[in-house]
Design a protein around this ligand. Sequence first.
Ligand code: FAD
Length: 355
Amino acid sequence: MDDRTYTAQALIDLADPQAVIAELCNHMLEHNAEISGEAGDVLLRLSGCSARFSTEGALTRIDIEAPDFEHLYFARLTVASHILEFAEEAAPAICWSGDHDDAARPPNFQILTVTGCMDVTPHMRRITFRCENAARFARLDALHLNLLIQQPGLAEPQWPFVGTSGIIEWKRPDLKPSLRKYTVRSVDLATGQLDIDFVLHADAGPGSSFAETVSIGTDVGVLGPGGGGLADADWYLFAGDETALPAIARMLENLPADAAGITYLEVSGTAEIQNLHKPAAVDIHWLIRNGEKFGALLVEAVSATPQPQGDQNIYLWAACEFAAFKTIRQFARQTWKLKNERHLVVAYWRDGKTL
Ligand SMILES: Cc1cc2nc3c(=O)[nH]c(=O)nc-3n(C[C@H](O)[C@H](O)[C@H](O)COP(=O)(O)OP(=O)(O)OC[C@H]3O[C@@H](n4cnc5c(N)ncnc54)[C@H](O)[C@@H]3O)c2cc1C
C-alpha cells in the first residue's frame, strides 16, 4: 500500500443542505462514524476516510479523503447514495472529480465461474466457483457476498459499472440482475476456488433457482466481501437456521481449540443434519422443525439458555428468519443486556417476502 491520500470532490445543489447533511450524519453515527464541526462545515470520519461538507456560494461542497482507491470508492458511494436517498425528490446531480481509476467496474466486483456442484444434504447444495481473486474472501470478516443472478434467457450478462455519481449503474437497468446475499462456506487459496452452500427452498426465488439449475462453466458476478467478523469471547452462543448454517459452520471451524459455548441449529428434518468441525467444549444442539414455524425452536432454545455468570466475556451470534430475529435480538439486548460489541443478531431472510 502507498502512503498517498486519495481524494474526491463534488459541488452539489441541495434545496435544504442542513437537513440532508444532518440526516446523513445521524445515519452514519449508527455505523460508528465520528462527527465534528457545525452546520456549514461538518467533518465526518469513518474507516480511515473523511468527508467534509462545506458551503461554496449557494452550493454544498463535499471533499472526501481516503487511504486507497477502494476506500475512496466506498466513501463516494456511501455519501452519494445517502444524499440521493435523504434529498428524495429534490435529489441533486452528483458528479465527482478527483482521483479515479480507469476500471469501469466496481473494485469489489469479480466474475466467478462454476466448477462443481454437490448435494451436502437433500436441501443444501454446495456450489464451487473459481475466482479471479479468492484471497478477498479468505478472512472471517469477509464472510459474505452479493451474488448477481442474471435474468433468465439473456444473451449477454449484465455487469455493473461505476457512474460519475459514484453509484453502481447498469447499461440496461430493466435487465439488472437480482442481488442475493450468500456466505462463503470455505476458500481454497491453492486452487483459487470458494464454496457456497445454497438452501433449496420452496417458493424458490432467483437464489434458490440458480442453485437448482446451475451448470458447470456458468459465469456469475459477485460484489463483496462484506461482514463484520467474530469477536473474541470466553463463551459463545450461536443460533441459526439453515441459511446461517454455512456462516456458523465456518466460524466454529475457526474458533480456538479451547473455545466454549453452545450452538443451536434449526433445520427442517433430521436428513439436514451435518457433521461439523468444532471445538470440544462447544456443544451443538440440532433443532428439528418438522413443519413448525420457522425460527420458533430457535427462539425457545435461546430464551431457555441460562446466562453465564461472573466475569465471562460472552458473544451471542444469531441469524435466522425475520420474526425470530426480532425476538432473539430483544432477548440479547433486554434480557441478557449485551452491549453492541457483544452480540450480532441479523435477519437472513423474511418469510413470504424478498429482503
Ligand atoms: C448475510 C447473509 C448471508 C446469507 N447466507 C446464506 C447462505 O450461505 N446460504 C443460503 O442458502 N442463504 C443465505 N442467506 C439467505 C438468503 O440470502 C435468503 O434466503 C434469500 O432470500 C434467498 O433468495 P431467493 O432468491 O432464493 O429467495 P427470495 O427471492 O429472496 O424469496 C422468495 C421467497 O422464498 C422465501 N425464502 C427465502 N429464503 C428462504 C428459506 N431459506 N427458506 C424458506 N423460504 C425462503 C421468501 O420468504 C420468499 O417468499 C444469507 C442472507 C444474508 C443476509
